[in-house]
Write a protein that binds this ligand. Structure first.
Ligand code: A2P
Length: 307
């Protein structure tokens, strides 16, 4: 199995197992970084209106496709609706505003069709069903190939069912050995909704450690990930891989597409290289016992922490 062949079913289509995340990449830097990611082999690029970098990402997609001699169809592109959040003084988007936001994203990215369009968060509250109706209509019109949600709980998905609308095809959520969400994942699996993992690298000592990458990661978690006895470090040494590769392999081996972000070309390549080793059942069981609950991305309610 090579990274480029490796993909998961998503409704009627397929999604690459390893995608490239672009959260916290500035619009000015995004074109170069994304073109590099495509050059080293990424075939799924994940962005969002809320990342404020869709124009740069779109430029990088165009450059990357040209540089690698690819066609548009070789690439899978995800972007997300910013749904609004009344608690932050940001009025929730209704049906027409959702469609207008989609057009703005599509224009910024320079693409006719988006492969996967997600509602970024359930924060639109009373407008959530209208937003979902708009996504269903965009799919029916053929301008998006698959639709889903992000950061939704079971209750938010049940709200869609109660409205009589088709269920999402994917739910992009924080998933790593410290945040495994077994009940939500079991629910998604039972409903045929693909869990997509973000922030797979949270347990890593270098996760968003640079200035300006502040996050909700707790000091306790930081201390644990940096400790010499980190179980991930010990395990990674045993497999002859990096901790990042071990954490990402945990995701794909669990059946989740992963979305690592790196601005460093060597680390980009490393994060794609997950298919020459397999985590044993015993080690997967050991990792299953490391769950610590909800995760860190939403811990503060700070919009900067929504990956
Ligand atoms: P960098 O961009 O300097 O490589 P997320 O995908 O959750 O946004 O996490 C990305 C964070 O993890 C960034 O701080 C990134 O730094 C770091 N990172 C990504 N890949 C690796 C890797 N293979 N080894 C170490 N750190 C990594």
């Amino acid at each position: 199995m090579t990274p480029l062949q490796s993909r998961f079913a998503l409704g009627d289509i397929h999604i690459p197992a390893v995608g490239f995340g672009t959260y916290l990449i500035a619009d000015n830097d995004a074109a170069g970084v994304v073109a590099d990611a495509i050059s080293v082999g990424y075939r799924h690029i994940d962005t969002a209106a809320g990342y404020h970098n869709e124009a740069g990402v779109g430029g990088g997609i165009a450059d990357g496709i040209a540089r690698a001699g690819l066609s548009r169809d070789d690439l899978f592109v995800t972007t997300k609706l910013w749904p609004g959040n009344a608690a932050w003084g940001d009025p929730p988007k209704g049906y027409d505003e959702t469609r207008a936001a989609f057009e703005a994203s599509r224009t910024a990215l320079g693409l006719d069709v988006i492969d996967l369009y997600l509602i970024h968060a359930p924060s639109g509250v009373e407008k959530r069903v209208e937003q979902w109706q708009a996504l269903c209509d965009l799919k029916a019109e053929g301008v998006v190939r698959a639709i889903g949600v992000s950061n939704y709980t079971e209750a938010h998905i049940e709200e869609i069912r109660a409205a009589g609308l088709p269920l999402p095809e994917a739910n992009q959520i924080e998933l790593h050995p410290w945040s495994q969400k077994p009940d939500l994942v079991a629910f998604l699996r039972a409903e045929g909704i693909l869990p997509i993992a973000y922030s797979s690298l949270v347990p890593l000592s270098t996760w968003r450690a640079e200035p300006g990458q502040s996050s909700a990661k707790t000091e306790e978690m930081k201390a644990d990930s940096q400790s010499a006895e980190s179980p991930f470090k010990t395990m990674a040494v045993r497999y002859g891989v990096s901790e990042a590769q071990l954490l990402l392999r945990w995701g794909v081996q669990s059946g989740y597409p992963v979305l690592p972000k790196s601005t460093n070309v060597d680390r980009m390549k490393q994060n794609l290289d997950l298919f020459s080793f397999e985590i044993t059942r015993q080690d997967m069981d050991m990792m299953a016992a490391m769950d610590r609950g909800d995760g860190v991305a939403w811990a503060t309610g700070d919009p900067r922490d929504i990956g």
